[in-house]
Design a protein around this ligand. Structure first.
Ligand code: BGC
Length: 427
């Protein structure tokens, strides 16, 4: 039996620094200033310079896996021109992880794009499929001999909604039908990349990291219930179902009526679960703004409700699709370490019970290793197990929760050899 994957997750742009892409372009153009957002990239967490010492921390945390992404804009800064030094650096990183006995899990697309791709109507046009697939092909040639776990896309629907639904990410448009076209094209690219990876090596495991949210009716009124159900269907279930039915389909009264054939043929080996919070849904009799979504206490610095039981519900939902599952992200932004510790313990308790229940759950990744650039909030929200002092040469310091996390994993690994359970006393 393979060891359970215990890891932390990061994304290239959020930590590396020294990157120019569609997000830095937007920041330079002052376009994030809408909606009170004012993120400043300011070299991320300078991981590009400090990666070697950052990787040492993985061992100190008792981890056996690491999820990271590669920055397309760094590798292909100009169309069809690849940067060999950038590719070499990623090789060095991967080699180092392997040498440390840490399973590398690579994400090919985590929200960002080279500027040149961005200027070509990113993902709304079917030509995006070809362009991204070409990049992926090159990456497969480079890294597939070394990497067993591949995540093609991180949260396709979240990106599509942020970029084309509520205009928060570049290119900042508001058109729900474009959200669907973009999701369609991304999933189409997934099919192509899945086939390429499997042709290269049948044993490679390919997944998507999908965001899940618990939607609860705000009142026990049928319209709140039906709203919560619709949101659940759209946000959580639509993509899962599409892999089984070969149809990307959603009906959301007054907002969306979309159906399109998509030959996914169940081409996925594992579902990545990114889970953070619950939302309460209230129907409003208002044509322009028919819903209100809100969180209840306790909340994190992101204003997200802490609801560990939701993780159990999501695992239950996804397990029906009968694929392996990895919790590819779960974490909290807070400056209150007691709260972070509580959050981790409660979610790991759910994980521990689920591992005992079946074989489908194969890994857990805390988001994130380091404090980093959090898309719309910039550096103000701290998800890391390791504190980054942005004012002092990006100095790293372990937070108290890091020790607890490391300790729980150690206990888990020891107990797992006998019973596979985190003792409740430890939690
Ligand atoms: C994303 C991460 C992000 C995290 C916290 C996930 O949706 O994949 O990039 O930092 O949530 O917001």
């Amino acid at each position: 039996m393979r060891n359970f994957l215990w890891g932390v997750a990061t994304s290239a742009f959020q930590i590396e620094g020294n990157i120019e892409n569609d997000f830095t372009d937007w920041e330079n153009l002052g376009k994030f200033k809408n909606d009170n957002a004012d993120p400043r990239y300011e070299n991320g967490s300078n991981h590009w310079d400090l990666w070697e010492t950052d990787f040492e921390y993985l061992k100190e945390l008792n981890l056996n896996a690491y999820r990271f992404s590669i920055e397309w804009a760094r590798i292909e800064p100009t169309r069809n021109e690849y940067s060999q030094p950038a590719i070499d650096r990623y090789h060095q990183m991967i080699d180092k992880l392997i040498e440390m006995n840490i399973e590398p899990i690579i994400t090919l697309h985590h929200f960002t794009h080279p500027s040149w791709f961005h200027s070509l109507s990113p993902w709304t046009d079917a030509s995006s499929i070809e362009i991204f697939t070409k990049f992926a092909k090159k990456m497969i040639k480079e890294f597939a001999p070394k990497i067993k776990f591949w995540i093609t896309f991180n949260e396709p629907l979240v990106w599509a909604l942020a970029a084309y639904g509520d205009a928060k990410f570049p290119p900042g448009q508001k058109d729900l039908y474009k959200v669907m076209d973009v999701t369609y094209n991304i999933l189409y690219a997934h099919i192509r990349i899945y086939d390429m990876l499997k042709n290269f090596d049948e044993d490679i495991k390919v997944g998507i990291a999908k965001h899940f949210v618990i939607f609860k009716e705000a009142r026990s009124w049928f319209l709140d219930k039906s709203l919560a159900n619709r949101l659940h269907q759209f946000f959580n279930v639509m993509i899962l179902d599409a892999f089984r039915t070969n149809t990307l389909e959603i009906y959301f009264p007054f907002l969306l009526d979309y159906v399109s054939y998509l030959p996914l043929d169940n081409k996925i080996d594992f579902w990545g679960i990114n889970y953070y919070y619950r939302l309460h849904a209230k129907f409003k009799i208002n044509y322009k703004n028919p819903m209100e979504l809100f969180a209840k206490n306790p909340t994190t610095d992101m204003g997200w409700e802490i609801y560990p039981n939701g993780l159990k519900k999501i695992i239950k939902l996804v397990s029906k699709y009968d694929k392996e599952m990895i919790i590819t992200e779960n974490g909290i932004a807070t400056d209150d370490e007691k709260l972070r510790i509580k959050f981790i313990k409660k979610h790991l308790k759910v994980v521990s019970k689920q591992i005992k229940r079946g074989k489908l759950l194969i890994g857990f990744f805390y988001w994130s290793l380091l404090d980093n650039y959090e898309w719309l909030e910039g550096k103000s929200k701290r998800f890391g197990l390791i504190h980054v002092d942005y004012e002092n040469k990006f100095k790293r310091t372990f937070k108290p929760a890091a020790f607890i996390f490391a300790d729980l994993i150690k206990k888990f690994k020891t107990n797992n050899n006998s019973k596979g359970k985190i003792k409740s006393k430890a939690i």
